[in-house]
Ligand binder design. Structure first.
Ligand code: SAM
Ligand code: SF4
Ligand code: F3S
Length: 483
């Protein structure tokens, strides 16, 4: 559900864009008189990694570092990495090899690996590759300034300790590459779900929820600074649960995801609220009715299914069946008619048969997703699937099945765009259209990109416009402002 138009998407394995592996380089200046060191950061992986890079920027800025988007200017290069599929790791390794040349040209240049790949490979990274000076896991960013000092003395700086408490709740992220209108807000970290194909529980550790008050404060600050949309982020947002240490459950101190959504929605009717990702087993009626109650909570749910076969879902340890998932989709459509729906699908998981695959295709037909992020299975070391099951579907079959899933989705997403023609969309303007400065671009409530001519000069980035949709392409709705 993250519209990543501002970032260069960079993952061959990926066919969509929610937890879209992305690469971004960040222009930023601290404005401080005495900047000690200049760092350059590239982020790969999901929106949470991107949000983490903003936390890292804040931690470094506090110590007087400045950011550049020009690699040549940097004294410190940081790669915030992803391990979700093998290709994501291959891309980072290639990038590190490119930096080897830079290190030769510029003695003293430090290179650091952050994020999930740092966590997965730990100090092995340093021993094996001798390409990096720093290896810092997702829960250890507060120690980054000290580790950089260590690395400056020629030692390797490594900290990959995972934490049960760290949420960086008190750190105000520095908004990097921001359009000034939309922002990600992390509400939790880690994941307890142990889907058998997934490396995230190992790279990000146990699930923990961030202090609700700090989330509300961050959202309010964003609103005051002109932002008009927040996306609440977590691997499994519906299991958000925060109990203030000062209160007990009896004192009604517990905050669920539905409560949190409501509190964020109440900040202002002009602040749009989105969230991702919902695990089908955890999204509740409470959440659906809270969405219904507030016009500013966008009617769009990312509900990854992974497979349409109950047998495969069980092997994946997703804890729901095909029927259960379909009932959930029916419930969403009953409570929230017209709600946008997107998903993630994996083809060719261990032992997947042609019949299982047909189950995925028929489920896609049934659900008519607006958007889908589709991958073929990539075995990850250390996961339950790697230990328990054989990765026995040949790559050509995995890829052929992926193409079949993509083919269905292409048709469905075009139909879902065509259905909008003739309707009015409320659009939050995010900036100029990429193709023409004569057009505004933004997104509808149900997360579709809308462009329209700038007929009315009273509109601005961050304002809302009612647009009559007159035509569409596969990815964009085109319309005219309603006077
Ligand atoms: N927490 C979310 C969920 O439960 O769906 C997102 C997890 S992950 C960051 C994003 C997507 O990557 C997953 O939904 C899954 O489709 C895909 N993925 C994860 N592990 C994979 C693997 N080993 N091979 C291929 N795709 C994978
Ligand atoms: Fe991975 Fe499953 Fe957790 Fe999503 S819910 S991050 S797929 S283990
Ligand atoms: Fe995200 Fe990749 Fe880590 S998808 S949680 S950066 S493994």
């Amino acid at each position: 559900m993250f519209e990543l138009t501002h970032h260069k998407v960079h993952d061959e394995n990926r066919q969509g864009g929610v937890f879209a592996p992305l690469v971004s380089t960040h222009p930023f200046s601290t404005g401080e008189a005495s900047v000690q060191k200049i760092f350059y950061i590239e982020s790969y992986g999901c929106a949470m990694n991107f949000a983490d890079s903003e936390v890292v920027a804040s931690i470094l800025q506090d110590k007087g570092f400045g950011v550049t988007q020009n690699l040549q200017e940097a004294d410190l290069i940081l790669l915030n990495t992803c391990s979700i599929r093998e290709k994501a790791e291959v891309t980072v390794r290639k990038r590190l090899t490119e930096f080897r040349r830079l290190k030769k040209e510029k003695p003293g240049l430090l290179v650091g690996v952050l994020g999930c790949m740092a966590e997965r490979l730990k100090a092995k990274f340093i021993d094996e590759e001798n390409l990096v000076d720093l290896v810092v896991g997702p829960d250890a960013y507060r120690t980054l300034p000290g580790l950089i000092e260590e690395a400056e003395t020629g030692q390797k700086g490594v900290n990959v300790l995972l934490s049960r408490e760290e949420t960086y709740g008190d750190i105000a992220p520095i908004r990097l590459n921001s359009n000034g209108v939309t922002a990600f807000v992390s509400i939790m970290r880690g994941c307890n779900n142990m889907c058998s194909f997934c490396v995230v529980p190992f790279t990000r550790g146990r699930e923990r929820s961030r202090d609700a008050d700090s989330i509300i404060k961050e959202c309010k600050d964003l609103f005051v600074n002109g932002y008009r949309e927040v996306t609440l982020l977590g691997q499994n947002v519906d299991s958000y649960y925060y109990l203030s240490p000062a209160l007990s459950i009896d004192e009604d101190g517990a905050v669920t995801f539905a409560n949190l959504l409501e509190r964020v929605a109440k900040i202002s009717p002009l602040l749009r609220v989105r969230f991702s990702t919902s695990h089908p087993k955890d999204i509740t009626d409470d959440v659906l009715f809270t969405m219904k109650k507030y016009d500013n909570i966008c009617k769009y749910i990312h509900l990854p299914v992974q497979s349409g076969s109950s047998r495969v879902l069980q092997l994946m340890n997703r804890t729901y069946t095909r029927e259960w998932y379909i009932n959930k989709v029916n419930r969403i459509r009953e409570v929230l008619p017209g709600c946008g729906l997107s998903t993630d699908v994996i083809t060719g998981f261990c032992s997947e048969t042609e019949e299982d695959h047909q189950g995925t295709l028929s489920l896609m037909e049934y659900c008519e997703y607006d958007l889908a992020y589709m991958y073929y299975y990539s075995e990850r070391p250390g996961t339950l699937a790697e230990r328990r099951y054989e990765d026995d579907v040949p790559e050509v079959i995995k890829k052929r099945r992926l193409q079949e899933v993509i083919a269905i989705h292409r048709i469905q997403s075009l139909v879902s765009m065509q259905k909008e023609v003739g309707k009015t969309a409320r659009v939050l303007i995010e900036g100029n259209s990429k193709k023409s400065e004569e057009y505004w671009a933004g997104r509808s409530d149900n997360n579709k990109v809308v462009v329209f001519p700038k007929a009315d000069n009273k509109l601005y980035k961050g304002s809302y416009a009612d647009v009559l949709i007159t035509e569409c392409t596969a990815g964009t709705l085109i319309g005219n402002l309603i006077k």
